[in-house]
Write a protein that binds this ligand. Structure first.
Ligand code: F0G
Length: 351
């Protein structure tokens, strides 16, 4: 069967009708990967699975929500959409907006987004505005503009975004033929953890799964407002995708963790980078640094003795590593340069 994207696949669970023009890049149906090597390295008594959302058309999970937000905006007659972004939302909005033939305005924090994401917004011809400030300030401006002018906000405060994103939870249940014991994911603006929880609850209510996972969200230590219990005015982390000090879906994320008997916790930049490198070297999976917060979370909780054995643990990898090649290169051993000579090459190979 040809996969036609999350709206066609999950139409009955979404706020769409026959009149909704479906703007899709055939997002969703992303790889679900069992991790033998990582499991062995972390805790052989549990099973770790990855939901690799970096394999979506624009390289992040945002596409699931964006197909809904843009389709509904077009249905409602919108000529333009706007978002604030740490990069991935803007890349996705730019792509889906281009496909819909509408204007896309994006506000990004200057110098704090990965180059791949900026390249995406630019090549899709979004109007990109860099602000001398952070994501939270950009979002405040965007809300103000959308309130006063005929432009639809496509940040995750747009309810169609989370609706689309909940389809990832449906896919996890289909992959596992059930529900995981734990679901780990990075938390930035806190929309995705809320969306997964919505999705799991919906499948549970419909009797498609007979239990629910514990939702485990991880912020970066320098940008951990939910963990600290207060807004962080000047959030810091190398994981720029989750460099957010005042998440829009704060309360929903706290509810998701609370209702599911999970937690919102934090991991340091060092722990994030260690997990990022481990994934790439042990499993051949290249995700962006922010995404690795989910694996860093598993490592942390395992050290704390949270697992008793036999648990099925799913980690969402939210974005593709190719978004930020600079990060990977800076963390890796530089290639050797030699003359174009077989002998020289053999010397380096050690033969
Ligand atoms: N991982 C990546 C790669 C992200 O880009 C984001 C959010 C998150 C995790 C956190 O997800 O916000 O739903 O809690 N990126 C947004 C953006 C803020 O603008 O691209 P969340």
């Amino acid at each position: 069967m040809h996969w036609k994207g999350v709206i066609e696949q999950y139409r009955e669970y979404l706020s769409v009708t026959d009149k909704t023009p479906v703007i899709t890049l055939n997002e969703g149906n992303t790889p679900f990967i069992a991790c033998k090597n990582l499991t062995k390295a972390i805790n052989p008594d549990i099973s770790i699975y990855l939901k690799f959302e970096g394999a979506n058309p624009t390289g992040s999970f945002k596409d699931r929500g964006m197909t809904m937000a843009i389709s509904k905006a077009v249905e409602d007659g919108a000529q333009a959409v706007i978002c604030a972004s740490t990069g991935n939302t803007s890349a996705s909005a730019a792509a889906y907006g281009a496909r819909a033939g509408i204007k896309v305005f994006v506000l990004i924090p200057e110098g704090k987004i990965a180059m791949g994401k900026l390249a995406q917004a630019m090549i899709h011809q979004a109007c990109v505005i860099q602000i001398e400030g952070n994501f939270d300030e950009a979002l405040t401006i965007v809300k103000g503009v959308a309130n006063e002018y005929p432009v639809t906000i496509v940040n995750s405060i747009n309810p169609y975004r989370l609706e689309g994103q909940k389809t990832a939870a449906f896919e996890v249940c289909d992959h596992l033929n059930g529900y995981p014991d734990y679901h780990f994911l990075p938390v930035g603006n806190a929309g995705n953890i809320s969306a997964y929880w919505m999705g799991y609850k919906e499948f549970h209510k419909l009797g498609k799964i007979n239990g629910l996972p514990k939702m485990m969200g991880f912020q970066a230590a320098g940008s951990a407002p939910i963990v600290l219990g207060h807004v962080v005015e000047n959030p810091k982390t190398i994981a720029t995708a989750i460099r957010i000090g005042n998440p829009a879906s704060w309360k929903m994320a706290v509810d998701a963790a609370g209702e599911s008997h999970g937690a919102i916790d934090m991991v340091t930049d060092e722990e994030i980078l260690e997990a990022y490198s481990m994934l790439a070297s042990l499993e051949g999976v290249f995700c962006e640094a922010a995404s690795a917060a989910s694996i860093a979370g598993v490592i942390k909780k395992n050290k704390e003795g949270m697992f008793s054995g036999g648990e099925r643990v799913v980690c969402t990898l939210t974005g593709h590593g190719l978004k930020d090649t600079e990060m990977a290169i800076n963390l890796s051993t530089r290639p050797v340069t030699v003359k174009a000579d077989k002998g020289e090459v053999l010397r380096v190979l050690g033969y």
